[in-house]
Design a protein around this ligand. Structure first.
Ligand code: MN3
Length: 203
């Protein structure tokens, strides 16, 4: 097997009350596990076997829908678990905070823009904060399991923060109230990890 389902870096109930334990368990053990298995099946014995997920996504337009959907699902959730933390919330500091101020606005303006991107993604998808090729920060959203690493997306770059707005990410606790889930998400963002990803993308 090429790709391995990463362990959650905290307990299923660690993010309560913002994200409930049952949702985390199903999301990680069923959904993310499914994307990982399906990606491995889709690339088994072919030219993509042994490539990094970043390499695969960079020219995903040349690959099957199974690779696009499951490769995206594998990558997106692997990032998502790391940018959540029971000790999260608050605001970023340092170089990341300065870049948000420079390219987006105040933290409150960033929160509004990111929340709007998440709320207005029709159907299933993701909201992103990314570093583009010029080293600027941008907010965007993508449908399904697409992400800014893919050559098929409009706004390309390295994602450093992502929010899953598929119903499977929030429906048990929030039902149709996606805006409440988005608000709660800000209480568990691991800004230390987002800043680490920002620094890595800027290197
Ligand atoms: Mn999901």
């Amino acid at each position: 097997m090429s790709f391995k389902l990463p362990d959650l870096p905290y307990a299923f109930d660690a993010l309560e009350p913002h994200i409930d334990a049952r949702t985390m368990e199903i999301h990680h053990d069923k959904h993310h596990a499914g994307y990982t298995n399906n990606l491995n099946n889709a690339i088994a014995g072919g030219p993509l076997e042994g490539k990094s997920i970043e390499e695969i996504l960079a020219d995903v337009s040349n690959h099957s829908a199974a690779v696009r959907n499951n490769g995206g699902g594998y990558y997106n959730h692997s990032l998502f678990w790391t940018i959540l933390s029971p000790n999260g919330g608050g605001e970023p500091t340092g170089a990341l905070a300065e870049a948000i101020n420079k390219y987006i606005g105040t933290f409150a303006e960033f929160k509004d823009e990111f929340s709007r991107a998440a709320a207005t993604q029709f159907g299933s998808g993701w909201a992103w904060l990314l570093v583009d090729k010029a080293g600027h920060l941008a907010v965007t959203n993508t449908p399904n399991q697409d992400n800014p690493l893919m050559d098929v997306t409009n706004v390309k770059g390295t994602p450093i923060l992502g929010l899953d707005v598929w119903e499977h990410a929030y429906y048990l606790n929030y039902q149709n109230r996606r805006p409440d889930y988005i608000t709660a998400f800000f209480n568990v963002i691991n800004w230390k990890e987002v800043a680490r990803r920002y620094d890595a993308a800027m290197k």
